[in-house]
Every structure is written in C-alpha cells, then in structure tokens.
Design a protein around this ligand. Structure first.
Ligand code: SF4
Length: 429
C-alpha cells in the first residue's frame, strides 16, 4: 500500500502585496511545513510506502500511484486544499483531510474529501489506515487524545529530504507540548489540541533536537506555551540545562513567547535561555491583554508593561523579533503611529506586521460570525495580509493601508540589513 502526503500551498504576505519586497530589506524565508504530517507519517505502519509533496515547491496536482492521499492544512491553504481534494478524487483516489482547518470546519471540508480527521490525528490514524486497506474509510474520525509519551519522534526527514533550491530551512519546529489552558481570543490551539497542557517527556524533546542536529539543523520552539508557569516552563528549563550540560548552545534558533509570558518569567530563566544559546524570541502580539491594549492610545499601563517586556528581553540579552497585529476593534489610524513609536523607542530591531484575522474555530470567529461582520469566506485571504472582516473603527481599506505603512516605515531606516549576513536579514513574510 502507498500513501501520498500533501502540504498545500498558501498565499504569503509578499505574494499578496509584492510592494513589500521593495519596502523590506530582508530575505523572504520559506520555512518548514507544520509538524502535522511528520507526526502522522511517524505513526504510519511500515507496510505503507510514503510519498510527500510540498505544493509550495511543486504543484501537487499531478497523477499518483498512491492508494490513499492525505492532506494537512490550516485556513490560508484551505481553498487550495479543496482544489487538490477534488483533483485526487476525480483520479479515483480515496482522500483524507486533517489539521487545523478541517478540525475547525469539518462540514466545509467534508465536501471535498472522503474522510476528515477532527483534532489530533495520531490516535486514530492506525485505525483509519486499516479501514482504508479494507476499503471502508469512514467520513469522519474524531481525535482520541493520546499520551504523548507513547508517540514516536516526528518523521521530519519527510521534509528535510525534499530540501533543494528555494527550500532549505536552517531550522525545523520541535514540539515541547500540546494544548493550552488559556483561551486567547484569536488562537485556535486550545480547540485543535485541547485545553489541557500535555508535555512530552524531556527525553522525547531531546530526541527531536538530536534528530535535527544529525541533519545539521536547528530547532525552533514556536509555541508560547513553553513558558506557561509550572509544568510548561519546568520542561523548558530542564531542556536548557541539558543544552548547557552537553555544550549544544547552537541547537535552538528561537523560542516563541508573548509579553505576559516575558513578564511572568523569572529573569534568571530568560538568562539561562540566553546561556543555552537562545538569542532570539519570536514575540507574538495581538492575542494578549498587554498588546491588545498597549497601542490603542487609551491604556498607558498596558503601554508601560509592553516597554517593560521588551526591556526585560534586552536585559536577558535576547532580541525580540516582534510581531505586531493591526486592525482589531480598538485600533484606529493612530495605532500605526503608536506601534511605530513603540518599536523605535523600545529598540526593536526586527519586526513583522500582520492584519488581525478571525480564524475559524477561534472565539473571535464565533463572535464576528454572530455579529455578521465576516466579509468573505475566501480562505485564500485568511493569511494575516488581508482584512476579511468589518472592524469597529476602521474600514478594511484603512487596515490594509496601515499594515503596508507599518512595514514600510519600520524598515525605512533599516537598509543596512542589506549588508548583513544571510541569517541576520532573514524573516518569513
Ligand atoms: S496564544 Fe498562546 S497562550 Fe493564548 S491560547 Fe494560544 S497557545 Fe495559549
């Protein structure tokens, strides 16, 4: 038996707005596919031969001799995934969809696929394959929460083996945990991975890092949940201890974090991160009570907490590559000036800018659907680079204009990046 795994393409910021390539003196970086398919490939029994297609690199809609075709995708890739589902079904191939979008919108997905996996797929995958072998695939498989200590390492070789011109990331994601007990308004993670934080055993995390190191790759720890006080940051701290004890200070490229997490984390742990080789945070914003209020001009306390968070990163010696989210209900045109001033006065060197997008499955999506403020269900536009809903104080056109101004003006005095090393001048946009 043979399975074809497909990662569908989606529109990136610079494809939606080519002028960004003029404004931003950085390299556009094509990162790793998300870990979903690598996790599913790892629990695929050896009697199944595996083929992988990354539709971002080569169009995936070409004939295949596979017995089953499985796609994993998030919202921005959903429209393309639907095309691919239709294509492979027309070729007579049984098709399966899983990932964030199918979990949030199973009924919409079902129209284009024979079978939809809702939630984490690892637990139901062996049964789904047995059903496929018996030609009795069910229309829907609901996730069975599985103990993370029973899972094999993600099969990242699936991605690394496809490297070549145009795709050669120096880092790949490593998971420390799944799930999150919080409910940030625009985050899907508690829905797609449950509201219980479940952490991997340290040995499994080290195993993920080691398999990357053997391929000459670094690990990026993308989830901000790594810093959740208690079992979250205990695991992270233990990982840093391991890196220090084994001299692997180059193993981690960056760690995801948020401003509340920075302020809640003891400085000593941030400093340990630095000693363990972490020199960059991916600082996500727009989800949390600090960044949702710091730039609306009405909450000086939130603004001063935002300054304190950046100052604490600098004190620990870690650069915060900061992501600003524009176009939420409290934002007005002055938000652009306030974000730019904040970035300049706090000493942020690298930043990215995104348009607030209510992703299906999130609390924001449910609220805006109920308020009839969703403007389009063209999922291609759900990529943080387009305004897809009606904001309270701005028109969608003003949001797009402000977003482009943020990119243009933040990078206007940073042409020196053109002379920097490849690593220094690389971001994803
Ligand atoms: S943004 Fe982070 S802290 Fe908030 S719900 Fe999502 S994973 Fe949890």
């Amino acid at each position: 038996m043979k399975i074809l795994f497909v990662y569908p393409r989606f529109q990136r910021h610079a494809q939606a707005h080519p002028e960004l390539l003029e404004f931003v003196p950085m390299n556009e970086y094509l990162g790793s596919p998300s870990l979903g398919l690598a996790c599913i490939a790892a629990v695929t029994p050896p009697n199944w031969e595996i083929e992988f297609r990354d539709d971002r690199l080569t169009p995936a809609d070409t004939p295949t001799d596979a017995d089953l075709v499985a796609l994993s995708f998030f919202t921005a890739a959903a429209s393309r995934a639907f095309q691919l589902g239709d294509y492979f079904r027309a070729q007579g191939k049984p098709t399966v969809a899983g990932g964030i979008f199918p979990t949030a919108m199973p009924e919409d997905t079902q129209v284009h696929f024979d079978s939809v996996v809702v939630g984490e797929g690892d637990g139901v995958w062996p049964q789904l394959l047995r059903d496929a072998e018996a030609k009795s695939l069910k229309p829907r498989y609901d996730s069975i929460p599985c103990a993370l200590d029973t899972l094999p390492l993600p099969k990242v070789s699936l991605y690394i083996d496809r490297e070549g011109p145009g795709f050669s990331p120096d880092d790949y994601p490593v998971q420390l945990s799944r799930g999150c007990p919080l409910s940030c308004h625009s985050c899907i993670l508690p829905v797609s991975m449950t509201k219980t934080l479940r952490e991997y055993p340290l040995a499994q995390v080290i195993g993920q890092l080691d398999q990357l190191a053997r391929k000459g790759k670094r690990a990026c720890l993308t989830e901000d949940t790594s810093w959740l006080p208690g079992k979250g940051n205990r695991l992270l701290s233990a990982l840093f201890d391991h890196l220090l004890a084994t001299g692997q200070e180059a193993a981690v490229s960056y760690v995801g974090i948020s401003m509340p997490m920075i302020l809640a984390t003891p400085l000593a742990l941030l400093q340990k991160a630095r000693r363990a080789g972490v020199d960059m945070f991916y600082l996500v914003g727009g989800f949390d009570p600090i960044t949702m209020r710091a730039f609306n001009g009405q909450d000086p306390q939130a603004l001063s907490r935002a300054h304190a968070a950046i100052a604490k990163c600098h004190e620990a010696g870690i650069d915060p590559y900061t992501s600003f989210l524009y176009g939420q209900d409290d934002d007005d045109e002055g938000t652009v000036d306030r974000m730019l001033e904040f970035a300049a006065t706090s000493g942020i060197k690298k930043a990215e800018f995104a348009i607030f997008t209510p992703y299906p499955g999130t609390p924001s999506w449910k609220r805006l659907v109920a308020e009839d403020r969703i403007l389009t269900r063209d999922w291609t536009l759900y990529n943080d680079a387009n305004c897809v809903y009606r904001p309270a104080k701005l028109t969608p056109e003003q949001v797009t204009k402000g977003y482009l101004r943020l990119w243009r003006e933040f990078y206007a005095d940073k042409r020196h990046f053109l002379q920097e090393s490849q690593e220094e001048r690389t971001i994803q946009f």
